[in-house]
Design a protein around this ligand. Sequence first.
Ligand code: UTP
Length: 482
Amino acid sequence: MPTLDERHAAAHATLDAAGQSHVLAHYDSLTDDQKDTLLSEVQGIDWPEVTRLIETHVKQTPTFSIPEGLEPAPWYAHTPRDSDKPRYAQARTHGETLIAEGKVAAFTVAGGQGTRLGWDGPKGTFPATPIRGLTLFACFAEYLQKAEEKYGAPVPWYVMTSPINDAATRATFEENNYFGLDRANIMIFPQAMMPAIDMATYKVLLSSPHQLALSPNGHGGSLKALWTSGAIADMKKRGVEQISYTQVDNPIVRMLDPLFIGLHTLDDAQMSSKMLPKAFPKEKLGNFCMVKGKMTVIEYSNLPDELAEQRTDDGELRFRAGSIALHAIRTDFVETLNTGSQGFSLPFNRAEKKVPFYDPATGNTVSPTTPNAVKLETFVFDALPMTSASVLYETDRVDEFAPVKNADVDGKIEVDSPASSKQLQTERGARWLESRGVTVPRTAEGTVNATIEIKQTTAIYPEDLAEIELPNAVAPESELLL
Ligand code: UTP
């Protein structure tokens, strides 16, 4: 075990080489614990990479040019044509078998900062459902409970945190007794961090005299963290072959979708995605495209208006497939990425942010009112072009997409907010009930005039409602919890 002095000397040399020696300027005035914290943070950073990125992404803003030969990506439609029905049936059965054999793991990425929502604590602890106010983590646990009952096997669950919320996430799972699941089947691990870099001086920022201003390195960091944390090794030990990747912010997400997993597996894909048809040309969703035969996501801000607005002969958007960050990923694909002789890295993206920082000159913490720093993040979908094959499957918005990203605004239903999510959850419940012949009250505009919450332990598909007794009708303005 190296001593503090030895670690200090090593950190000094690394930071000098990176032109960031200011990080240790106040080292001598720190307590031993503080020294340990600072040195551990410094050791956790890939400084040559930071130095490279300062040249390419901080001193300049990388430009984006649309790749030549860009085409919309093909997809499996939500409702299959008659000729495709046997394929879908085969895929669903195959996916169900894989889940029943324990070959599919659920993976929730929950390392983000959730700044837009402004919730004090891990986003997974946000109360998201319309009647019980069940937290996001608890929703997922209910889903997995139902999946175990339905497919007859427990599903291993991997949760990626980041150092900013790892301890609080673990404490939440402990306090809630792992939400009734077997803790032996749950693994929580943190992703890596990146320092924020001052846009004017190109120096990394400190958040206090003994801490760097760090933020998680983007959900793309999951593909490395799965490997470095030992999660992939754990999956291999358990015989897990496929990872069902979902985000923490969506209470109605299908944590495991046999049809999607089946289509992905039968087509020998390494990493696949679900898509939603965009509601309008510039909807803030990444666009699934093909470039030289490879699936690629082009961010909405990078897709030129003329392409975004192009229509097919039947009047639909030509670039229609929007990304909602749901993926199926082979475990051996993650292993190959991390063990290849060339190494592996995803492209970094530059984001200009307001980052509070400790100013060593005054000893004060400054909270900027305009963006002062660059944060660097990678995106998981940038691994898609690295696959040998990739499947895209269209899902249904109301069935599966009610994210909680933005804070509520008084008197208005903000997009992707707790209020819009609850409304969508009620709408989904209403449709499922209507599909079973229940009368649901609706306003003249078609909005459900009641609040409905269907527990995931009750149903994760509308057909699961066949197992319980349903009312003939939902009373107007009532609350119905099933
Ligand atoms: P978002 O892009 O919505 O970011 O993450 P965020 O950090 O949660 O929220 P804002 O932008 O600060 O408001 C989408 C998903 O990716 C995860 C998030 O936890 C969420 O599930 N994520 C994001 C990570 O796991 N790590 C990251 O570094 C970034």
